[in-house]
Design a protein around this ligand. Structure first.
Ligand code: AMP
Ligand code: ZN
Length: 466
């Protein structure tokens, strides 16, 4: 299995810390609004990674957080609290808002057939773990308090910014004026706020530094360490997390544990539209519900995401989504036909296995889903017998997750009611007994019911009278 590692900027062989196991942490949703389809692209990429690791035989432990603590739009105490703002607009409590959008998120994930992570952890349930981690950083001399807030000092470590390859000297000389004058270095970040500019801050907890709430990055370090230990295999997110969020997660985690925290950093590129990146804060975003209301199946969107490589930008348009819908529909129809046609399953032939191997190889080469999809199409077009094709489809769908195994075979349309067919059987018995008068009588009754009986080598059939 090969994965592109943002830390090395290279595709590397995946070597797990513990043989046969793969531990992954994915930054989860901020639940002050619906997830937009760009966010969902990132979760589909992470699902592909989970499924590919599992299909390759790894025991996967997948952890995802839910950011239900209010967060400021900026890293200093300068933005608006998104959760508070959303609650105020809806006339609800912040807790209600978080619960509502968390449910909405899981409903989207289910619709998209995304496997639920093994552990889903809420930030608000882990405040103590965050406080403990900040205490550890404080003991290690990595923090300072100013203006009521606890800051992480990036000058207390020597490799700050290594993930994003930030040039700190350039940043410092770039006359970047940070609105937060409490910071010793503009790149320092808050670990704990006690000094909120919001009068009615609803989410507050007691801490050694006073009543307040955690900074933006500490939850991911605290929760990943709790559930995966202080050294684990893979950390994922969207590329926007590289320069600040993941950079700060690394700084505080490695300052606390004193060694490498994560081995592979995997980032998904953006879903874009005509105006650029789809984003939550711009207010202009498409949700899965909008697509459903327009008549798309959520799996059309999943298929659309599979058609692009996760490290390339994917441009959303309804034309492109229509294309994905037609392609998925063609696959679904083909699978239904194969199911109606297939005889008893046998072990797949060597040729079928070759297609499966090529599919696996594509996915294990840094999740090349477009290439894997093309193996599916080539296999469907091949001369393989139906049962072979169905075996290959099952194998591939463990990763594609398009629910191809759940497709019902086409039912052969049978004209006539059970009563009509009882007459057909009676006629056959009458003919066998050479009672042709009764047989003709039944033919007449069926004719009156609108059917013509036809004798074929496979037995009698009914056709509509014209
Ligand atoms: P948020 O709920 O805003 O924290 O975002 C959840 C995830 O979606 C993060 O991993 C982001 O990096 C990712 N994300 C945000 N915008 C996009 C986008 N336009 N395309 C793909 N992923 C995105
Ligand atoms: Zn995170």
């Amino acid at each position: 299995m090969k994965l592109y590692n943002t830390m090395s900027r290279r595709i590397e062989e995946f070597v797990p810390i513990k043989e046969g196991h793969a531990s992954m942490y994915c930054c989860g949703p901020t639940v002050y609004n619906y997830a937009h389809i760009g966010n969902l692209r990132t979760y589909i990429f992470e699902d592909l990674l989970h499924r590919t690791l599992a299909a390759a035989g790894y025991e996967v432990r997948h952890v995802m957080n839910i950011t239900d603590v209010g967060h400021l739009t900026g890293d200093g105490d300068d933005g608006e609290d998104k959760m508070e703002k959303s609650a105020r607009q809806a006339g609800k409590s912040v807790w209600d808002i978080a619960a509502f959008y968390t449910d909405a998120f899981f409903s989207d994930e289910k619709d998209l057939n995304i496997i639920r992570p093994d552990i889903v952890c809420r930030a608000t349930d882990h405040i103590q773990e965050m406080i403990d981690l900040i205490k550890k950083l404080e003991e290690g001399g990595h923090t300072y308090t100013a203006g009521g807030n606890v800051y992480f000092s990036i000058d207390s470590i020597d490799d700050y910014g290594k993930l994003a390859r930030l040039d700190l000297d350039e940043l410092r000389s770039g006359a970047r004026i940070d609105v937060d004058s409490n910071k010793k270095n503009p790149k320092d970040f808050v670990l704990w706020f006690t000094n909120s500019k919001f009068k009615d801050q609803a989410m507050m907890w007691d801490s050694p530094w006073g009543r307040g709430y955690p900074g933006w990055h500490i939850e991911c370090s605290a929760m990943s360490m709790k559930y995966l230990g202080d050294h684990f295999d893979i950390h994922c997110g969207g590329i926007d997390a590289i320069p600040v969020h993941h950079t700060n997660e690394i700084a505080q985690s490695e300052a606390a544990c004193g060694h490498t925290w994560v081995n592979y950093w995997c980032h998904g590129e953006f879903l874009v539209n005509d105006k650029g990146k789809m984003s939550k804060s711009s207010g202009e975003f498409l949700t899965l519900s909008v697509l459903k209301d327009k008549g798309y199946d959520p799996l059309d969107y999943r298929y659309f995401c599979l058609s692009g490589h996760y490290r390339s930008q994917l441009k959303f348009s309804y034309e492109a989504l229509d294309h994905a819908r037609s392609a998925r529909k063609a696959v679904v129809e083909k699978v239904a036909m194969l199911k109606a046609e297939a005889t008893a399953a046998e072990n797949p032939s060597e040729e079928a296995v070759r297609y499966m191997d090529a599919f696996d190889q594509a996915m294990e080469s840094d999740l090349n889903a477009p290439q894997a999809l093309s193996q599916l199409h080539m296999m469907l077009k091949s001369q393989l017998p139906a049962s072979d094709k169905l075996a290959a489809i099952s194998h591939m769908d463990r990763i594609l997750g398009l629910k191809l195994d759940e497709i019902e075979p086409f039912k052969e349309e049978r004209l006539g009611s059970d009563e009509d067919w009882a007459l057909v059987d009676e006629r056959a018995a009458a003919k066998k007994a050479k009672d042709f008068a009764r047989a003709d009588e039944i033919r007449q009754i069926l004719l009156e019911r609108g059917f013509v009986v036809k004798d074929t080598p496979k037995g009698a059939i009914l056709e509509k009278k014209v």
